[in-house]
Ligand binder design. Structure first.
Ligand SMILES: Cc1cc2nc3c(=O)[nH]c(=O)nc-3n(C[C@H](O)[C@H](O)[C@H](O)COP(=O)(O)OP(=O)(O)OC[C@H]3O[C@@H](n4cnc5c(N)ncnc54)[C@H](O)[C@@H]3O)c2cc1C
Length: 472
């Protein structure tokens, strides 16, 4: 039995999974208490005021048009007004003899899907005819969808479909390492195929690139506000150290300051290693622990490193680009991306760029000086103006546990949100969502958990195929 103001569901973790579940359930009138250990929401999609830089920084997160649940959540909360959308992707090859970079632009024309990007693809100077024909043959495999099972590695797929070295370096790598954040042998073809099917073949809308223009914690504060307006009780700075099932059937959380809360249902919306940490606080013979804990050993993390550079002048007119043949995979021009947002009164003139290095295993061990020197040297090969510009300030964010890797064979260990049973639920990008480690995966997991808890449906449908893809 629950008292009138006792929460019906305790949610631990106010990342996107926890927020999505809280919004879905509180909209139906379910009493929710959301417990978050940090002073802000958004989880890994966070920003913070860097004291030495005196700037609010984040690791740029991007979404795609096919992220239907994330977009829906942003629309419900009004955060969508701060997403900048782009139809075209820039791929830059390093300039030769100090000259500017060579640009290939991939994006839709008026042709029906799956051929909507084919004209720009045919024009792309970064690929030879031989590269293009191998890529086209490879993409044919994903025309009707992507594999249902995840046993094959993408490394094996590239070999099996005889992709050329240049096609790998200039096409598959920037897209797949950027999207799945690990090396080809630690990504399954199922998820690589999903990226191409959903964003490159199915419709032009699915491939649109969305970039939040606000710092991420500000961006997702709108979602937390919506949950609170609907009645969710928000408890920030509350780190849950222990969970237990009481003899009366209620679930109890104990926070690091000793505060206890109880509810009939408990949702752990946490990364897998945090779930593991809480599960071991349950009785050793507890069936919920037995059903869930063994799954965790199959998950591994992959890192992302971002560099934040403030130059005294403009070094590029582009808003974003993939940089080929470098460790820096993507550059985001934060000055331009944020130009419609209110700027801080003391913001510097010049240009703020963010460089993003996915699967940055090697860079985790580099010193700040090493990283900065190699990145500036690489950046100047694309934007020669970097050589004349003065770097006013710089910062580096290393996220060692940025994402989980969709290693081949992992799907059989990704738990359904109700696997634990008896009122204990799981959410988080790593649970069974059909998506890799992404914001969309996290929102789906929260909504799936809310479905299991309430018996109602919350997951937004995928985008339909357009053009000829409707027939396939
Ligand atoms: C640098 C970086 C770049 C990324 N880029 C992209 C991108 O471009 N596009 C994309 O889609 N995804 C990207 N991701 C991945 C994306 O951020 C995650 O997939 C998503 O945010 C995961 O959400 P979640 O709710 O599952 O988990 P989390 O965001 O990890 O949320 C879990 C929450 O639980 C809280 N918590 C943990 N333990 C406790 C405890 N004991 N008690 C209370 N609270 C606790 C944490 O503080 C956190 O707020 C990126 C991630 C990183 C780190």
């Amino acid at each position: 039995m629950t008292s009138a103001n006792q929460p019906e569901v305790l949610i631990v973790g106010a990342g996107l999974a926890g927020l999505a579940a809280a919004v879905a359930l509180s909209k139906q009138g379910t009493r929710i208490a959301l417990l978050e250990r940090k002073p802000y929401v958004g989880g890994r999609a966070y920003s913070y005021a860097h004291p030495a830089l005196e700037e609010v920084i984040d690791s740029q997160h991007v979404l795609l048009g096919c992220c239907t649940n994330l977009i829906d959540l942003c629309q419900l909360s009004g955060a969508d007004k701060h997403i900048r959308w782009y139809d075209h992707y820039n791929f830059l090859e390093p300039g030769t003899a100090g000259g500017p970079a060579r640009r290939s632009v991939i994006g839709p024309s008026g042709l029906p899907s799956p051929g909507h990007s084919s004209l720009s693809f045919l024009r792309a100077s970064m690929l030879s005819l031989a590269d293009k024909s191998r890529i086209a043959l490879g993409l044919l495999e994903f025309m009707r969808g992507y594999p249902a099972t995840d046993d094959e590695s993408f490394a094996a797929w590239l070999k099996r479909t005889k992709q050329t070295q240049n096609a790998i370096l200039h096409f598959w790598e920037p897209i797949i390492v950027g999207a799945l954040n690990d090396t080809f042998d630690r990504c399954s073809t199922r998820y690589a195929g999903q990226v191409f099917y959903e964003s490159f073949l199915k419709s032009a809308q699915g491939g649109r690139l969305g970039i939040p223009a606000q710092p991420l914690s500000e961006f997702y504060a709108a979602v937390a506000d919506l949950a609170e307006q609907q009645g969710t009780e928000m408890h920030l700075r509350t780190s849950v150290d222990r969970i237990e099932r009481l003899s009366n059937g209620l679930w109890q959380t104990t926070a690091s300051d000793g505060t206890r809360m109880q509810a009939p249902k408990l949702l752990l919306a946490l990364p897998f290693e945090q779930v593991q940490r809480l599960l071991v606080t349950l009785d050793e013979s507890s069936p919920q622990r037995e059903r869930t804990l063994p799954l965790m050993q199959h998950f591994i993390h992959a890192p992302i490193t971002t560099l934040h550079l403030w130059f005294d002048r403009e070094v590029t007119e582009l808003e974003h680009a993939a940089l080929l043949e470098t460790r820096i995979q993507w550059v985001f021009n934060k000055t331009l991306i944020r130009r419609f947002e209110p700027a801080p009164a003391d913001s510097l003139p010049g240009q703020y760029l963010e460089l993003c290095i996915s699967a940055s295993f090697a860079e985790l061990h580099d010193t700040r000086e090493q990283l900065l020197a190699s990145s500036l040297e690489e950046l100047a090969r694309f934007f020669p103006a970097v050589k004349q510009a003065t770097l006013l300030k710089s910062g580096i964010l290393k996220e060692a546990r940025a994402t989980f890797s969709v290693v081949p064979g992992l799907d059989r260990y990704r738990p359904a949100q109700d696997v634990a049973g008896d009122g204990l639920y799981l959410a988080g990008d790593w649970t069974q969502t059909g998506w890799p480690s992404t914001m969309e995966g996290a929102v789906r997991s929260g909504r799936l958990a809310a479905e299991k808890i309430s018996g109602r449906s919350f997951v937004t449908a995928d985008l339909p195929g357009s053009g000829l893809m409707r027939l396939l």
